[in-house]
Write a protein that binds this ligand. Structure first.
Ligand code: HXC
Length: 517
């Protein structure tokens, strides 16, 4: 009897060893030669030491519809839970050394199991993708399996944060799981994402293009906006994931963890009084203001390479995580275009879903003019940001730093779409449009008939600027809660966040709104 038990123990040990050996030394070496870590090495770096608990180590597939395929313990994915700085997260990590990390029925069931548990207990889901896609031998079973994951991605959206790291191939319909998740990380030169690869592109369009140029990290971080973060290698990528998780609550019922960076709430920065240049056409870097006001000058920018005319990211004020949306006058004068509206709209919705207060820093000359933007749907895209800010029920604070013109002023978390508290710097210019455009419209005849049109235009612009391009008209109406000294911005924001702590906002009863997607 005892001998039988010992044999069982030995079997268990062997099966575990087989699962841990994954695709074997040769395949592991090949993975390392490509500059990639293995699925287990990645998990070790992602979670706290000795915190990982694995499920389904012994699970295998059924061998595929073709009948003769080998099965592997673990079926090419490692799934379980571990901690990030003491807080639980659920993880799955695809193992490229086992059948190219391809996704079959058992592989997907392992992923679904941790996703289900994550939603039950309210902890983030982190997926590390490195996969050849649907396991071809499993046919429609593999496609069905993807459907089960997509279904769970959607069900978990807004319940727990979902983070995807693309650390190898991710092609075909498989891309849609990460793209539903909240944040996508990619690793330079070892990851790519596309719906159809270079060979199909060549067949259909006769274009020659490499995987990197079609769907590498750089492209998705700068052009398509699919990747929110990119890293030079696996180690740095996983470190950044840990950093991101520390800004977030574990689920929609919780608040993000407080973190005291020992930065006094009443710290003032006299240099801010001179941040905005005298010449209204001159730009400055909004990052100076952002770093000045945040605790410890720490800011985790989301989508830093995409639509750089708007800045989105996480920081802390008085220890509390905040989501910051700021126009960037140093890029395209901080204008709102389609990409910027999409980027900020999705960020605002994430913050609202997860109880992260929103702060808008405004210096926006308007929406980007031109047929490219109009034909590309700036109306649809701009509406996303308007909708996202308007429906957000988290504390919402706005600081108008300089320009706040026209529709863009309204969209950027204005009082009129019910932000909770708004401030203006003395440099704020709140008006229907900029002085030049305005003077040309309202004084057109006078300017055209003048002997020296340019002098008249300049006079009219100066007059307009004195009348409208300041915060005082809006403050008189009560559209601005206070005109503040720039140096006090941090302190005022922290006090306002404290007072909004108990904010309760109800939405009208309905199934769900219909955001213009
Ligand atoms: C089964 C696969 C596989 C797959 C790779 N492998 N992809 N096995 N199903 N989808 C296996 C290979 O046979 C090989 O096994 C091992 O993984 C490593 O693959 P290599 O080709 O040697 O590696 P590499 O040269 O690095 O190329 C990686 C690759 C390539 C670019 C991912 O393998 C590839 O093109 N695979 C097919 C990709 C694909 O078309 N997938 C379907 C996409 S459509 P051995 O035994 O030799 O080590 C899709 C639909 C999802 O996913 C739909 C969701 C709705």
């Amino acid at each position: 009897m005892r001998m039988q038990y010992e044999a069982t123990l030995e079997t268990l040990e062997n099966l575990r060893a087989e699962s841990i050996a994954a695709g074997g030394a040769e395949k592991i070496n090949a993975q390392h030669r490509k500059g990639k870590l293995t699925a287990r090495e990645r998990i070790d770096l992602l979670v706290d030491d000795d915190s990982f608990e694995e499920f389904d180590v012994l699970k295998t597939g059924r061998g595929g519809a073709l009948g003769s395929e080998p099965t592997y313990a673990g079926d090419g994915v490692i799934a379980g839970h571990g901690a990030i700085d003491g807080r639980e997260v659920f993880v799955f990590s695809q193992d490229f050394t086992v059948m190219g990390g391809s996704l079959g029925e058992a592989h997907a069931q392992k992923i679904c199991k941790v996703m289900d548990l994550a939603v039950k207990v309210g902890a983030p889901i982190i997926g590390l993708s490195d996969s050849g896609g649907a396991r071809i031998q499993e046919g429609v079973d593999a496609l069905a399996a993807y459907g089960e994951i997509f279904h769970r991605n959607v069900r978990a959206s807004g319940v727990v944060p979902q983070i995807s790291c693309i650390m190898g191939p991710c092609a075909g319909g498989a891309v849609y799981s990460p793209s539903i998740t909240d944040f996508v990380f990619m690793v330079r030169e070892s990851s790519y994402m596309f719906v159809t690869g270079p060979s199909v592109v060549k067949t259909v369009t006769h274009q020659e293009i490499t995987s990197e140029d079609l769907g590498g990290a750089q492209i998705h971080a700068q052009k398509s906006g699919v990747a929110h973060f990119i890293a030079s290698n696996d180690v740095l990528c996983l470190r950044e994931v840990r950093r991101l998780v520390n800004y977030l609550p574990s689920n929609f019922r919780q608040r993000a963890p407080m973190m005291d960076l020992r930065d006094p709430a009443d710290r003032i920065d006299p240099a801010l009084d001179y941040l905005v240049p005298e010449n209204p056409n001159q730009s400055y870097d909004m990052n100076v203001l952002i770093h000045s006001i945040l605790d410890g000058a720490e800011f985790m920018e989301v989508h830093p390479g995409f639509a750089r005319n708007i800045i989105c990211g996480f920081g802390r004020l008085g220890g509390q995580t905040i989501g910051l949306v700021a126009n960037q006058p140093a890029v395209l004068a901080g204008v709102l275009d389609s990409d910027a509206s999409f980027k900020a709209g999705r960020f605002v919705r994430f913050c609202d879903a997860f109880n992260i207060p929103l702060i808008a820093l405004v210096d926006v000359p308007g929406f980007m003019p031109g047929p490219d933007q109009e034909h590309g749907g700036i109306i649809r895209h701009g509406a996303k940001l308007l909708y996202a800010f308007t429906e957000a029920t988290v504390p919402r604070i706005t600081v108008i730093v300089r320009k706040a013109y026209g529709g863009a002023y309204l969209v950027m978390n204005s009082k009129h779409i019910h932000c909770d508290v708004n401030y203006a710097w003395p440099t704020a210019e709140i008006a229907v449009m900029g002085p030049k455009g305005a003077a040309e419209v309202i004084f057109r005849r006078e300017i055209q008939s003048a002997e020296d049109p340019e002098t008249v235009l300049n006079e009219k612009m100066a007059h307009y600027r004195r009348t409208f391009a300041n915060p005082f008209l809006a403050a008189k109406r009560g559209y601005i809660d206070d005109v503040i000294f720039p140096r006090d911005t941090r302190h005022r924001l922290i006090r306002t966040l404290q007072v909004l702590e108990g904010k309760e906002a109800k939405r009208p009863e309905r199934k769900h709104g219909n955001i213009p997607l």
